[in-house]
Write a protein that binds this ligand. Structure first.
Ligand SMILES: *Cc1c(COP(=O)(O)O)cnc(C)c1O
Length: 425
């Protein structure tokens, strides 16, 4: 069920009309539904009930502390990609022992920080990274638990910027090199290979490529076992997509169906080859947890009719929501309240001085100056990808819980944006 809906012509988040949020907090503002967040997490968590499985929310999708706190209380672990994200987990009261650390460029300082908090696992992406981690762990008198991110070379059939499992991508260890790389890991005194992982891309609507990747991981786990390297967990990565509401868009696979197929495949394999001995399964969903839980609320500054195009200039811009500019992402734009008059076709653009600063193209909207618009499904890769380009403070973030509103991030004040800068002495 969507927690954003029209009631008497006015768009609501749960029981709260969006105009009320604009009045209280101004625009642009990210508005999240708490109920939607908990529902999305439950879809994963419930499908894992009774199993040795862990849902590690990929927090780069949306790392607001309030969101991390809510998910941690529901039992989430976290997939992090920087030391900064680990500090957020800790600040939000999350458990570092449920953290896995992904990413191709972990620094010595980040490794040290993660080891000092005893994280669950490092998802290692190269041989030099194995050596660095071994040295850092050795110097701290610790053993680092590692998994290798294997690149299964399957085509996730998604936008090239969010496909990560092909040979041409920077991510992971090539499938053909995986055995040798595990042997290297096993030979290093301060590393313990405990898992295997992959992450083949994002916004996948069909789970066939994920199941194909799973088969390749299974093949490797078996080959490693013959080599005496016995792994405790298998990590499927993230990638399940959401519906953005574009005409003709395929429906995403229901989360429960996907997890059911993963577990069925794994159970059959463990039954056939390991006498039923289970293996822990980890998922790293990001977008599927937060994508449809948020909208970006923005106000129309001006309408600018033109010979070839009409522009609807709003107070949100590419710095607030980068997905359209970065990946040509299609995002749904809705009028927040009824407006008299016929719809006109507009490009919805921001005030930033770039032609790439657009949020939506060729949309029929009945709007006037001063009206509110909502960019839907903006909960993932929205605020976290935002910048201060054009010295624009980042948007406020508000979490709706029924009629209750929580300001979970204040709007940035322009003076804060240059507070760390200094003039020459
Ligand atoms: C980004 C990322 C995820 C989450 O991807 P979604 O498509 O948002 O589910 C999971 N794992 C890794 C390693 C990632 O880089």
């Amino acid at each position: 069920m969507s927690h954003f809906f029209q009631l008497d012509g006015v768009l609501h988040a749960e029981s709260t009309p969006l105009p009320r949020i604009a009045e209280h907090f101004g625009t642009p503002t990210y508005v999240y539904s708490k109920a939607a967040l908990l529902e999305n997490f439950s879809a994963f968590f419930d499908a894992c009930a009774g199993r040795d499985a862990l849902v590690c929310y990929a927090m780069k999708a949306n790392s607001n502390l309030a969101i991390l706190d809510l998910l941690a209380r529901q039992g989430a672990g976290f997939d992090i990609v920087s030391g900064g994200e680990l500090l957020r987990v800790i600040a939000a009261g999350g458990d570092p022992r449920k953290v896995i650390f992904s990413g191709v460029g972990k620094t010595v300082d980040e490794m040290r920080l993660a080891l000092s908090h005893d994280i669950l696992c490092f998802n290692v992406e190269s041989i030099p990274e194995l050596h660095r981690l071994n040295e850092v762990a050795g110097a701290m008198g610790k053993q680092a638990r590692v998994s290798l991110r294997v690149n299964p070379n399957v085509d996730a059939k998604t936008h090239p910027y969010i496909a990560t499992g092909l040979k041409a991508n920077k991510f992971g260890v090539a499938f053909d090199d995986a055995l040798a790389t595990y042997r290297t890991a096993a030979s290093l005194p301060h590393l313990v290979p405990v898992g295997i992982d992959c992450h083949i891309g994002s916004q996948l609507l069909d789970d066939a490529p994920l199941l194909e990747a799973l088969d390749k991981l299974i093949e490797l786990v078996d080959a490693l076992a013959l080599d005496g390297i016995v792994l405790d967990h298998l990590d499927m990565g993230g990638g399940i997509g959401i519906n953005y509401g574009e005409a003709g868009e395929a429906e995403p696979v229901p989360v429960g169906d996907y997890l059911g197929r993963v577990f069925a495949r794994i159970d059959a394999w463990r039954q056939a080859s390991y006498g039923g001995k289970p293996i822990k399964v980890i998922f790293e969903p990001g977008r599927a947890i937060v994508g449809d839980t948020g909208v970006l609320l923005t106000r129309v500054e001006f309408l600018k009719p033109g010979a070839e195009k009409n522009f609807c200039i709003v107070d949100a811009a590419m710095n607030d929501l980068m997905r359209p500019a970065l990946y040509q992402a299609w995002m749904d734009v809705r009028e927040v309240a009824p407006h008299d008059g016929e719809p006109v076709i507009y490009d919805v653009v921001g005030p930033v001085c770039e032609s790439g600063d657009w949020l939506a193209r060729e949309r029929a909207l009945a709007v006037g100056q001063g009206d509110l618009l909502a960019i839907m499904q903006a909960g993932a890769y929205g605020l976290t990808m935002s910048s201060n380009y054009n010295t624009r403070g980042r948007a406020a973030e508000v979490m709706v819980d029924g009629e209750q509103l929580h300001l979970i991030r204040q709007r940035e004040n322009p003076a804060d944006l240059f507070a760390l800068e200094s003039l020459l002495k």
